[in-house]
Design a protein around this ligand. Structure first.
Ligand SMILES: Cc1cc2nc3c(=O)[nH]c(=O)nc-3n(C[C@H](O)[C@H](O)[C@H](O)COP(=O)(O)O)c2cc1C
Length: 346
């Protein structure tokens, strides 16, 4: 295993074995107004939606987590089987490992064996700057082909980079690299945070590019600072162990980030709400705040590490909960969820 492969493996292992959630889940602060007379039938609630032109049976996306080492293939396969069965979106983790070692391509490419309506490719933003425009375009196309992606995700992960022992916290030039790629690529580009959220100001700058959407990737769920805290602890790196603890809860809460991004973009770009979604009720809250879909990562990791049936059970449950929440809020379609009253917040 090279350094990138073993890092990916450690991230998964730590996420499975330790509590790496932020100390507060901000979805608990959002309450949907109960509708005692919904005047709709639960079984008639329509969960279908369109995201980046693709029809999903429910407004859910499995957020990119893995690929790039042997065991990740099975995790991605178990997730892919569920994404196919329930016709929802699915992302893979950063594909850098397979660019460095083509033998690892199928740890991501396995998702191509499944009929998934929306597949999302993924790379960290700092790579774009390192590569420069020509190589970025070439590599982006390779990553898209690797999984037959419909969307290319650029992941902003500077919190992780700054805490990680071997991190590359070089953000200069990222925005123009994003702009360039969104201009050059035929595939829609989405910008995603990975746990620290996107502010009004950042969304406003991003909205001047040709990106097709934003995944707010906010605070409240998996904390990459926490993951790096445990990684540093494993190698007795006291400095980064301490940094991981200090910045454990750094970031913009996911619900707040949805509002910031929506306001900055005039609610014209689709917003994926990833960060701390634990069940269908959290997903319903994300829709009520204006997100187009909810992104789910760590809740699916442990089932995916077990078997496909466990992921199927989890997603089926999330969908049932989402339907129940929509019924109780009186919304019989995904679009109508945006009109549901948010009872209290913070
Ligand atoms: C083990 C692990 C690996 C991840 N790797 C990536 C990645 O490569 N690219 C990315 O955009 N996000 C990555 N993420 C972030 C998730 O996509 C998601 O934004 C984050 O975990 C918050 O969602 P959650 O609270 O549902 O876990 C990873 C998350 C986990 C738990």
């Amino acid at each position: 295993m090279n350094q990138t492969e073993s890092r990916k493996h450690e991230h998964i292992r730590i996420s499975l074995e330790k509590n790496v959630a932020s100390h507060h889940n901000f979805w608990d602060d959002v309450k949907l107004m109960h509708n005692a007379l919904p005047e709709i039938n639960k079984d008639e609630v329509d969960l279908t939606t369109k995201l980046f032109g693709k029809k999903l049976s429910a407004p859910l996306v499995i957020a990119g987590m893995t690929g790039g080492y042997i065991k990740a293939k099975k995790i991605n396969e178990n997730l892919a089987a569920a994404a196919e069965k329930y016709q929802i979106g699915m992302g893979v983790g950063s594909q850098r490992a397979a660019l460095e070692n083509p033998d690892l391509k199928d740890t991501y490419g396995i998702v191509k064996n499944y009929d998934i309506p929306l597949r999302l490719a993924n790379i960290g933003a700092s790579q774009l700057v390192l590569w420069g425009p020509k190589k970025t375009l070439e590599n982006a196309q390779k990553m898209i082909d690797m999984i037959d992606a419909h969307v290319f995700v650029i992941c902003l992960n500077f919190l992780q980079e700054v805490i990680q022992s071997e991190g590359e916290a070089n953000a200069k030039g990222c925005l123009s690299a994003i702009k360039q790629l969104a201009d050059d690529l035929n595939t829609p580009v989405v910008v995603k945070e990975s746990g620290a959220g996107i502010s009004f100001n950042v969304a406003e700058r991003l909205s001047k590019t040709k990106i097709a959407g934003i995944d707010v990737g906010g605070l409240g769920g998996t904390s990459f600072s926490a993951i790096e805290h445990y990684r540093a602890n494993m190698i007795n790196d006291k400095l980064h162990e301490r940094g991981g603890k200090t910045f454990w809860d750094w970031g913009i809460p996911t619900p707040l980030s949805i509002l910031e991004v929506g306001d900055a973009t005039g609610w014209e770009l689709p917003i994926i709400a990833t960060g701390g979604i634990r069940h269908g009720l959290d997903a319903a809250k994300a829709l009520a705040l204006g997100a187009s879909a909810a992104g789910i990562a760590r809740v699916l990791l442990s089932p995916a590490d077990k078997d496909a049936e466990s992921v199927l059970f989890e997603i089926n449950t999330i969908i049932k909960e989402l339907r129940a929440a929509m019924f109780l809020a009186g919304a019989d379609s995904v679009t109508k969820m945006a009109d549901v009253e948010v009872d209290s917040w913070m």
